[in-house]
Write a protein that binds this ligand. Sequence first.
Ligand code: MG
Length: 241
Amino acid sequence: MLLNDPSEPGGIEVVALDADDTLWHSEVFFERTQRRFTELVRRYVDHDVDVDRALFEVEHRNLGRYGYGIKGFTLSMLEAAIEVTGGAIGTVEIEQLLAAGRTMLDHPVDLIDGVDDVMTELAERGYRLVVVTKGDLHHQQHKIFASGLTDRFERIEIVSEKDPDTYRKVAASMGVAPPSFCMVGNSVRSDVLPVLEMGGHAVHVPYHVTWAHEHAQHNGDVPTLASIRELPGWLESRRGP
Ligand SMILES: [Mg+2]
């Protein structure tokens, strides 16, 4: 695997940031809604039925159709609820699941501690910033606007998949070669490994919960920061001469 090499010539010019669980809290709201799903659906099934597993499987099956985001998650909750209860789930519970999805969409953007300061500092230090996020186009645009951070970013890239080719295109759209590009995010699978593979830099800033679909196998050899507050110092330590 390619690893960041501080002795490499040329510095990092573009810093790309994941959005959900990197700039603002997201997964905690999915977890909360999933607990509601479990509570509503469990009433209809035997104790040994794993309703969380059923939801995971329906989500997995639907990812290619619905993509990432709350609307697809809500549809998958409804489908899993109908399926796992053999059609016994009531319209009252269906309405409550729909309401839980709407509550998630309406939730105000809750920035992760330090994000505002760090984005300002990076912009002041001359880094060019871009957001690279998966998810529902309409909702992600709304969150970015509501975050109050839009003026810090040169571009917003809402992508359907985070693979090496996507990152190659994002770097090209910013007019830099991969070695001048660094991605920052909470998912090793989506934000780190594909960027290292295309020859860029990447750093993992873990969030305290990770969506099951984002779990990745890796050798632990990825640059990791305890908090986004460590990012400016980490980037400076990699700056070219
Ligand atoms: Mg994320």
